[in-house]
Design a protein around this ligand. Structure first.
Ligand SMILES: C[S@@+](CC[C@H](N)C(=O)[O-])C[C@H]1O[C@@H](n2cnc3c(N)ncnc32)[C@H](O)[C@@H]1O
Length: 441
């Protein structure tokens, strides 16, 4: 990695393998390239053969309809930066435009009957995801993530939800949107003898929910981590392992950096740190804590979700995720661990810790109380109460899977980490602490 952050960003820009065509630059030529890709991959009435060949099934779209979608910014075209070839596209449209498509009527009728989290889906809140197609040679790459980032960028201000439907005869697409694009299953219905699943992506729901909890917790977190010794020990394990496995000045990603405690220690030891967290309440303490170091030279604070960033492959010598992965929804762990693997340099190290699946807020409360001096209990009474309450809201949240260390190790193996070592010595066994490596080339 280079010495200053500007050239780092230039580098990232250069290395980006795809170019997203702005709507204003999409002409008939680009629209034809969409149709060409559709002709290549999307064949109707040949379901069995398409399934065998792993193709993404759907129908060829009328050019006029594509132009209408374009007016709504709904043509997302990803072009391979090297060759200029269309690598992938996604088609989206508002419910209003979708309403004019005869083929979509059954889907729209079904949608009217559905509630999400107890509320009816208002037309103005929904953008419909019709089709995604990835040219064969670009599959298994970064395409789904790039698409999903672009969808968020274009539509998350204007709409609350992206909704799509996928036929049971197309399991590959269903897996793609559920495993890689952050959708969840919403409902099932039939069109003739075809059964379909309706999927939904809630742009901000998950983030909003967790962020609300940290709004209140941030100040107490900042204070309590300073006096809670088991936390200090766990942090030391993260930091020391990173120091042993990286060189001076090498970049480290502190994922879910929070108030910046581990980042601070790493900076003191002359590692460069990207402190990434999507919660501004936590980051305001991080900013204060890191202020004595040189921003943009020694550290960078990134106020984003990891999947909204532009980090490139092999960018980090080490990644630390201290007490973060328990915020993930069931099934998301693989997506995060694959991204960590991509971001690490060959031989880079990942450190992960968090509460085991059977660690609930009661066990944590007892553990916290046991490890805080009577004096601090009185001095920080209010913070302590907020910390215990917040732990309850976060750790017991039924929407999140507090995965066990063993399960995490399994997923790490699956995605390609090696030399995985797990220990349960921190937090009296309530937490796991795992070290894993990206293979040397
Ligand atoms: C319990 S705190 C841990 C903070 C810090 N690692 C530490 O140990 O002191 C978890 C942090 O992870 C952040 N976080 C959770 N999921 C995230 C995501 N997908 N992207 C960025 N930050 C995330 C939360 O905002 C929160 O600040």
């Amino acid at each position: 990695m280079s010495n200053n952050i500007e050239s780092l960003e230039e580098k990232v820009a250069k290395r980006s393998p795809f170019y997203i065509v702005p709507s204003s630059e999409i002409s008939d030529k680009e629209i034809n390239s969409v149709i060409e890709l559709q002709n290549k991959y999307l064949r109707t009435g040949n379901v069995e053969q398409d399934k065998d060949e792993g193709r993404y099934l759907s129908t060829i779209t009328d050019v006029e309809l594509l132009k209408e979608m374009l007016k709504e910014d709904g043509l997302i075209l990803l072009v391979d930066s090297d060759t200029g070839r269309l690598a992938s596209y996604a088609l989206l449209s508002s419910l209003k435009l979708t309403g004019g498509i005869p083929k979509q009527q059954l889907f729209l009728e079904k949608l009217k009957t559905i509630k999400y989290k107890g509320e009816k889906l208002e037309d103005k809140d929904v953008i419909v995801y019709h089709q995604i197609c990835i040219d064969e040679i670009f599959r298994n790459g970064r395409v789904p993530l790039e698409l999903s980032k672009e969808i968020k960028k274009r539509f998350s201000e204007k709409y609350k939800y992206v909704i799509g439907k996928i036929g049971d005869d197309n399991p590959k697409s269903l897996n793609l949107v559920l495993d890689h694009l952050g959708f969840e299953q919403l409902a099932r219905y039939s069109e003739g003898n075809r059964s379909l699943t309706i999927v939904i992506q809630d742009f901000f729901g998950e983030k909003r929910k967790i962020d609300k909890k940290y709004e209140r917790y941030a100040r107490a977190y900042n204070v309590m981590t300073g006096v809670f010794l088991p936390y200090q020990e766990l942090k030391k394990a993260h930091v020391e392992n990173i120091l042993q496995n990286t060189e001076y000045g090498e970049w480290v990603l502190d994922f879910g950096a929070g108030t910046g405690n581990a980042s601070f220690d790493l900076l003191k030891e002359e590692r460069r740190v990207v402190a990434l967290d999507r919660n501004e309440n936590m980051l305001q303490y991080c900013r204060r804590q890191l202020i004595q170091f040189r921003e943009d030279v020694d550290y960078k604070i990134v106020s984003q979700d990891i999947f909204d960033t532009d980090f490139s492959e092999g960018e980090f010598g080490a990644i630390s995720a201290m007490n973060v992965l328990y915020h993930l929804k069931n099934g998301d762990h693989k997506k995060y661990l694959s991204e960590f693997l991509r971001l690490l340099k060959a031989g880079g190290v990942l450190l992960v810790s968090g509460p085991h699946s059977d660690t609930n807020s009661i066990k944590l409360r007892d553990f916290i109380l046991k490890n805080i001096s009577d004096e601090d209990k009185i001095r920080y009474k209010e913070h302590l109460e907020i910390a215990i309450e917040s732990q309850k809201a976060l750790v017991d949240d039924p929407d999140h899977k507090n995965i066990s260390g063993e399960e995490l190790v399994k997923i790490m193996q699956e995605v390609g980490f090696v030399d995985i070592e797990k220990s349960d010595i921190y937090y009296d066994g309530l937490n796991y602490f795992i070290k894993a490596k990206k293979p040397n080339n």
